[in-house]
Ligand binder design. Structure first.
Ligand code: CAA
Length: 694
């Protein structure tokens, strides 16, 4: 075999060492499957081989099936066939798991006779995250190895376990630093004896009742999740059917789910999030600047949350305020947030102390001097931000990144207030900053490539999903949200009630509708902004705020929270108030069907997304999807707004937008030029991204 082959094999001291080298993550492409099967057959036929070790090159063991092959015609051998070839060998096969063994990768290891894992290895069956279930025997072999209830937990949660946990539950036989050496020793020990394959009977499944109890709890936690339901059904088959029939149950679920549009959407999400990390136009080899220490200016809710992100990632951070009093209030809020996590059991007391120890509170901007990255998180006021950036040019170290957490303001104007605009960019966190995964990295016209690369890298270190946005009002996410917000108010005036609008979105898959969200955030927040700007765009929200109905905090807003302070009930008073406003404006109300509500909320956002893409504010449609999936709770199984638009059909969206524009006279609802072009060409946002990537 040549070096280019993804699977190579060499024989030494009676052991065939089969190595997989398929960068970046050793996914089980057709070439890898074919190579593995041939290597297994060659080892079987070679009398010099007494035992086999299966190892992999690079940082991972095998990250699973090659996801990019899904949706294409299958190329033999299939993964189940490949695994069967390994499992049926009469010589022992030991998997040397050097890193992540995920999905099909773990299933390959389960087809081996024994498993040795490195201490840092992660083992898991994350298929549910892709809308499928393990399809190469995982649902039958794992329960028969470690018990049905613990196996179901691993596959239904989709989260990998550590090597230590895998050793404790019997998934791996040994944990060792040098996995290949340990696997060789174990393989020779097994040679000649009875092979310890995963039992094919029910010996290890555990009690049926324990499994059914675990299954009921898991199904309750994951309502209407076809992948989780299929996992339960397949594992149950391990109790009810012989091994081969159990495999057939699993395979039938796998094929059905793989071909379901929801799985295609989740695969799009997987690749879109990874593509978002690639910054178009960045000179090759641009290195990020080192960031040893950060500073956050402003210890409000947002600034405190951002400081927590750095501390959580182990990066020391200075939290800066203007007065001792504000600083103490901010630090107490941070401490309180950590204390809640400790109380909930998600954070250990010593970890809390360590994180608090990484946050140093200081009064005065001068404290930013030691930071490699400064994030400004003060009020949304251009004058104040310019003043701070003007001062920072003197205070901050040469080469320090100067980031603003503005949600709307012009990053180029802020950059122009310093003598070093190349160091300036936006890092737009979402509230609560220590929880939300999205980070919009706003690239100004002067932002240096390495400053941008630094913000993206730091974003990943903070466990965020960073997406680059150009400069515009509201960037990618909030600019699109504004379209939905405006339409939600209009729907109220035309005949819908808050619960009708919210239901359309929760039925679609959002956790919350816009009005429940508004009640949670506080109706007064945007009301004050509209008042300051003399905007009359939200008459219903304004009337509620003027009546002192600020949302959950006053127990009344779009809904009535008097029952328990958290559960909103439809309020007849709100209905009367809305009807009055409609009447005052001469609007005759009508019952609006749910489908129309949904289209009127989503299609204008998609239209704005098309404008954002057309203007180059977002580099890819997939970037827009990534923003909405990670920052606004867009349901992942529809793939995000632009992927969803493709699935609806762009000509249909164009036609509906034209109707909305004609009915309302709102020119914003006229289809965007890019949307029109793609619809006309019979193309799609997905095709546009693919063309750009090629
Ligand atoms: N198939 C194809 N490509 C994959 C892949 C897979 N299973 N896993 C990762 N990649 C690609 C990524 O798209 C990325 O490509 P680009 O650099 O071109 O963007 C590259 O590998 C590196 O991936 P990450 O950026 O995610 O690297 P990481 O170091 O942060 O994480 C990882 C590595 C933990 C393995 C992570 O990639 C991962 O979780 N991968 C997916 C694992 C998975 O879901 N496996 C199950 C597949 S389904 C299956 O196996 C079904 C079955 O039953 C047969």
């Amino acid at each position: 075999m040549t070096q280019q082959e993804p699977v190579t094999s060499s024989v030494e001291d009676g052991i065939a060492l089969i190595r997989i080298a398929n960068p970046p993550v050793n996914a089980l492409s057709a070439a890898v499957r074919g190579g593995l099967k041939r290597a297994a057959e060659a080892a079987a036929a070679d009398p010099a081989v007494r035992a086999i070790v299966l190892a992999a090159e690079g940082k991972t063991f095998i990250a699973g099936a090659d996801i990019s092959e899904f949706g294409k015609p299958p190329v033999p051998p299939s993964l189940p066939e490949t695994i069967a070839a390994l499992e049926s060998l009469s010589k022992p096969v030991v998997a040397a798991i050097n890193g992540a063994a995920l999905g099909g990768g773990l299933e390959v290891a389960l087809g081996c006779h024994a498993r040795v894992a490195a201490p840092s290895a992660k083992l898991g069956l994350p298929e549910v995250n892709l809308g499928i279930l393990p399809g190469a025997g995982g649902t039958q072999r794992l329960p028969r190895l470690i018990g049905a209830a613990p196996a179901l937990k691993i596959m239904a949660e989709g989260k990998p376990i550590s090597a230590k946990e895998a050793q404790a539950n019997g998934l791996v036989d040994e944990v060792a630093e040098d996995v290949v050496a340990a696997a060789k020793t174990l393989a020779l020990k097994l040679a000649g004896g009875a092979l310890p394959a995963v039992p094919k009977d029910r010996t290890n499944l555990g009690a049926r009742e324990a499994f059914e109890e675990a299954a009921a709890a898991i199904l309750k936690r994951n309502p209407n999740n076809p992948s989780v339901e299929a996992c339960v059904d397949a594992v149950r088959a391990a109790f009810d059917k012989p091994f081969e029939e159990g495999l057939a149950v699993e395979r039938a679920h796998f094929t059905r789910l793989r071909d379901d549009p929801r799985s295609a959407a989740l695969r799009h999400v997987f690749f879109a999030e990874r593509a978002a990390a690639r910054i178009p136009g960045l000179p090759k080899g641009t290195a990020a600047r080192p960031v040893q220490r950060a500073a956050v200016i402003g210890a409000g809710t947002m600034g405190g949350g951002i400081a927590m992100c750095f501390a959580n990632a182990g990066i020391p951070v200075t939290l800066i305020e203007t007065t001792e009093e504000n600083l103490q209030r901010g630090l107490e809020r941070v401490e309180g947030n950590y204390a809640t996590s400790v109380k909930r059991g998600s954070l250990a007391e010593d970890a809390k102390a360590k994180r608090m120890g990484l946050i140093e509170g200081k009064v005065g901007l001068e404290a930013a001097a030691g930071a490699d990255l400064v994030v400004e998180a003060v009020f949304e006021e251009m004058g104040l931000k310019k003043e701070i950036f003007g001062k920072l040019q003197e205070i901050a170290k040469p080469g320090a990144i100067l980031a603003t957490n503005t949600s709307y303001l012009d990053v180029d104007e802020i950059a122009a207030s310093t003598s070093r605009p190349a160091d300036v960019l936006g890092m737009h966190f979402f509230s609560p900053a220590n929880v939300m995964k999205l980070l919009e990295v706003v690239r100004g016209k002067e932002t240096a490539p390495d400053a941008l690369a630094t913000a993206m890298e730091i974003g990943r270190k903070l466990a965020k999903v960073p997406v680059v946005s150009g400069v515009c009002y509201g960037f990618i996410g909030n600019r699109m949200l504004a379209r939905r917000t405006a339409m939600a108010e209009r729907l109220l005036l035309e005949g819908a009630l808050p619960q009708d609008v919210d239901k359309a979105l929760t039925d679609f898959g959002f956790r919350m509708g816009p009005f429940a969200m508004s009640d949670l955030a506080g109706i007064d927040v945007s009301w004050r902004i509209r008042k300051a700007m003399n905007l009359k765009t939200a008459p219903v929200a304004d009337a509620l705020a003027e009546a002192g109905r600020f949302g959950q905090k006053t127990k009344r807003g779009f809904y009535d929270y008097s029952a328990d302070g958290r559960t909103g009930a439809p309020d007849p008073e709100v209905a009367t108030l809305i009807e009055r406003i409609s009447a005052e404006r001469g609007i005759s109300r009508r019952a609006i069907p749910q489908e129309e509500i949904l289209q009127r909320l989503l299609f204008p956002m998609i239209n704005e997304g098309a404008r954002i893409l057309g203007e180059g504010i977002a580099a890819r449609a997939g970037d827009i999807d990534t923003v909405w999936l990670n920052g606004y709770g867009w349901p992942a199984w529809t793939g995000g707004p632009m992927f969803y638009a493709d699935s609806v059909g762009l000509p249909k969206i164009v036609a509906r937008l034209r109707e909305f524009a004609a009915a309302s006279g709102d020119t914003n609802l006229e289809p965007a030029a890019l949307l029109l072009r793609l619809a006309h060409e019979g193309s799609s946002f997905t095709a546009l991204d693919e063309k750009a990537a090629a």
